[in-house]
Design a protein around this ligand. Structure first.
Ligand code: UDP
Length: 232
């Protein structure tokens, strides 16, 4: 299960919400890795490049409405990703937690598994369909449901793993090659949302945190190269 932040699809150098070059690069890596390695890959895509529920709620909006806007944003990103991965030669299916029959399939667990078995990249949209969550917890939930071996949490901020402190602020911060869930929780390290972390701990789902923006890293993550930090 690859968790992609919506902001990973945006451009670092321009103000594009969805940057064609960036999406094409990520899609090509996904398609090529699936082809060469024969792995089954699902993607949970976020929507932070378009809208975050907390932004609207902070301005006085109803939180549930604002979160629904965020979930709809993830569908836009899912379609962009679907288009790019298919142009890179890999079949895909978008499965949404909010029914949108004219646009994509509804999320049905058995159908997701079947698509994966047939070699299709499954893109999960609309998180889990409920407000008050980000896409981290649905990434963990769907990973458990489809019996994924690992959650690959791609970062886009230049931080290539889990550090003892924010390496952008503390130059002496050290990166963990591996760290336990209990330590992540005790130190309140921002790997994923805490709800997702406790879910992964309870369900024995390892998380690999790695730098998504470095070319070749998606393949490296899938082949178990020592990149990033393994949380387990
Ligand atoms: N969201 C939600 N329920 C979910 C998943 C997402 O309400 O199950 C909303 C929430 O408002 C969130 C937004 O969708 O802020 C976009 O997702 P996220 O913040 O996870 O995007 P990312 O940071 O991964 O780009």
């Amino acid at each position: 299960m690859l968790k992609l932040s919506g902001e990973a699809l945006a451009s670092a150098s321009s103000d594009e919400t969805i940057d064609a070059g960036t999406v094409t690069r990520i899609a090509a890596e996904v398609a090529d890795s699936c082809e060469e390695l024969g792995v089954q890959l699902a993607i949970m895509i976020g929507g932070g490049n378009i809208w975050r529920g907390t932004t609207g709620a902070g301005e006085g909006m109803d939180r549930a409405t604002s979160d629904t806007m965020g979930m709809l944003g993830t569908v836009i990103n899912a379609l962009a990703l679907q288009d790019a991965i298919e142009r890179a030669g890999r079949p895909t299916r978008v499965l949404s937690a909010i029914t949108m029959a004219e646009v994509c399939e509804p999320y049905i667990r058995r159908r997701a598994i079947r698509h994966l078995e047939k070699g299709r990249v499954v893109i999960f949209a609309a998180g889990m369909g409920n407000p008050y969550f980000t896409t981290d917890t649905p990434a963990a939930l769907r990973a458990a449901e489809i019996e994924a071996g690992v959650i690959l949490k791609g970062t886009h901020s230049g931080v290539d793993g889990v550090y003892s402190a924010d390496p952008r602020t503390y130059l002496d911060a050290t990166r963990f090659d591996e760290i336990g869930f209990d330590e992540v929780i005790a130190r309140d390290l921002r790997v994923m949302d805490m709800t997702a972390i406790t879910f992964c701990k309870d369900n024995h789902l390892p998380i690999l945190v790695f730098d998504l923006m470095k070319p070749g890293n998606i393949r490296g993550a899938l082949t178990g190269e020592p990149i990033g930090t393994l949380v387990r």
